[in-house]
Design a protein. Sequence first.
Lengths: 465, 420
Amino acid sequence: MLNLRTTLRRIKITRRHISALYITGDKANENYVTLQPFLDFTDTFRDKTELERSIARRWLDVNLDAVLSKYHKYQSHQGELLRLDEERESVTKQLKVLAKSCQEVEEAVVQQLKERGKKLRNDVKILKQTIYPIEDDFIHDFLNLPNLLHSQCPSGQEETLLYRHALPENARKKGPSHLEREDLIHFVDNNRYYMMDQAAHFDVNAMQALARYFVTKGDFIQTANPDFARCVLLEANATPLEHYHLVKEEHLQNKLNTAFLTGGGSFESYLGAMTKLCVYPSVLPLRYVCCGRSYSRAESHQYGSLSSLYTATQTNAVQCFIATQTSNQADEQLEHVLNLAIDFYKALDVPFRIVYAPATSLTSAESLRAVVEVYAPSLQRYISVGRISNYGNYVSKRILFSTRRGKEYDFLHLIGGPVLYTSRLIAALLEHGIQLEKCRLLGSANGQLKTTLQNDIQQFKELFK
Amino acid sequence: MKLLMNVQRRLWLLRRQRSTTSTIAKAHDNESSEPALTNTQLDELERNVTLRQHKNNIPLIRSLLTEVRKGNQQKQQELQAEIEQLPNSTHPRLLNYGNEPRELAQYKHRQLDSEASKKEFSELARSLNLYRMDHLGNYTGHKSYYLTGQLAMLEQAIIQFALQSVTKHGFKLMSVPDILPPEVIESCGMRTEGERTQVYKLDTGECLSGTSEMALAGYFARKHLSEEQLPLKVTAVSRCYRAETSGLQEEKGIYRVHQFTKVEMFAICSPQQSEAELEEFKNIEVTLFKELGLNFRLLDMPPCELGAPAYQKYDIEAWMPGRQMWGEISSCSNCTDYQAKRLDIKYKRKSDDQLLHAHTINGTATAIPRLLIALLESYQNGDIIEIPKVLRPFMDDQKVITKNKRIPETKLVKFIKSNH
């Protein structure tokens, strides 16, 4: 049932024909073109079998043959347009040569060429008008094609286990819900909840600690990111728009490119800084991590019909973002992130596991997704508290994030995702009866202790002044 | 009748500030008997509205009142809405301030040599490769910004430092929602409709919070507390969303932005406690900025700068040597019962068990962007920036901020030709 729902949702998405990411010439007058994605037809259609497999395993309603036939139609029209353009250029050249030549030229020849030029101009104009809907139809289908799947992505419909720490005690017995802890949590609805005392402290401290752990142990660069991402970024990342709240803006210049409330702790928020960016290979791999909010509605339907911290939209998050030059380096970096995440969750000593999600759960941009899952006693199942995905160079091509190799552009391979959603982790820890104030947070600032100690010593000294 | 009683309450506060005037004394007599709104009382309200340079809707209220008194009940709702737009009363101390704030103190903690050579924040942060704000409008929105490297770490250090300070003063930390129903925001004295609204709306009809004061006040809505619980002091770290924009040169860069992180203080107290509590908020803020080693001044704000909810308000402005100007980095307000009435926050008076409206106080512990401006501009020393001593423990004891060479510089391509 769930999968059917997912499939239906996907079908709905693939039917969108308005896009901020690709605007054809006839619509460019009303809509400002902010970004022209690199459309890699050659590479995309190179391995038709793999692409078909990716579509099938993701349960996408995409008919690759139909897309290819649209491609051929588009190509033949583009070829015709090119031919007309070349002929027009040749006529213009001939006219220039004749005008410069000293010989007397027959007026009729010049006139004939001019007439030919005019006709060609009109033909180009007419052909362009014919091509726009064809281009629109094909390019949008093309942009809806998914990434290829990574070799490690599970072939079946189930996730594959990668790592497990501690098994849940009494997995057969349903535990009390975290919402019973009214001293710590006041839950109103999926958009609104409050946390108090130790839960609130953990909410800030866990986020800061993990980010710091990535900086100190993982050699990441910390950032602070904006909370809105415009439609063009969501489309580039193949994020279903219903995953985020739309922000209404009073003076929206580009009606197609609306803003969405993603939160600074979202992957899409990083894409803003990477769009059109060309970096030197010396900065690669580029490893970023940030603390911030995340307001994703994506997974809320998965965790039961009752709303709780597991289904809430807002959470504090730690997001990582890595860019590498090759796919092998990307694989290494994904492993690097997973190792850091394992360290962090192991120190909390909560039953958790890391799995690779099946292809049906992935967005079209992801080739592989590793999910950090903590056992939730009230739901008697594992719930996602973080995930790290491999995007290959699928997203980079769309946002033009590259490095130069001679005269060529290499599109960067991206790894990223939220490695921690604090609200869900807090809920699970409480359900396990773990005292939040006693949790060992890797990366937390020893400085805090030191300052408290220093302050206490200072106060003690002042007693004798 | 309920709305009239609301106005009566406002009038009572006004009377406190002008208790000598005979007209008010007369009105006071009315309060105990028939709660009818007299012309004198309306005049008093109008004086307050004018003093605060608030939109004068008293003529409209007068005409609506006449309609309602004639029995036109349809106008009742409109009248209620107009009355709710009225500002709080004003602290008597401020009545002769005019339109200018009064400087109460200046605190100098840093000797700034040759101010002329001091760089402005954007220039400084860009040259150290710690910040980006250009070419982002089409992707992450107007005036959006990224902080990178040590500057991003400094943000988190400031949050930890502020939390440590305020929790020591008895403030309990709460995690708060940033998405709120419009009613909560309106009840805090912020309009969510109209051309110049500062509030972002979502497709669901909900709004983005402009400050966690709204979420915190909303949390206590319809709560009835005991007097022993007061003052109840809470703090929150949240993202603040403001639709306001500015084209002013002195507000360029991250001075006025649509999104930022803030540590907020909020208290619920009894009417007897609120003035002293505001002083405590002010003192905490002063201590925070003293410890951060900033040069700043404390201002007592005039009536026209109070907005609708505040009865009195202090602002703290830091000297920003790169900009060569004072910039507001913090404020605190006593909203008396303005928010409590709208949100039904009450407490039970110990002496007679009577349920009374509480008073609310709010104040900024640290608002990140402007604090970063003040810190970087004040602590710059050539190509490096010294990290204030109190923040070092939260930054692995790093002492200085230097140029980040690992972060790629912003080199953008316009277009990469696709292979057709």
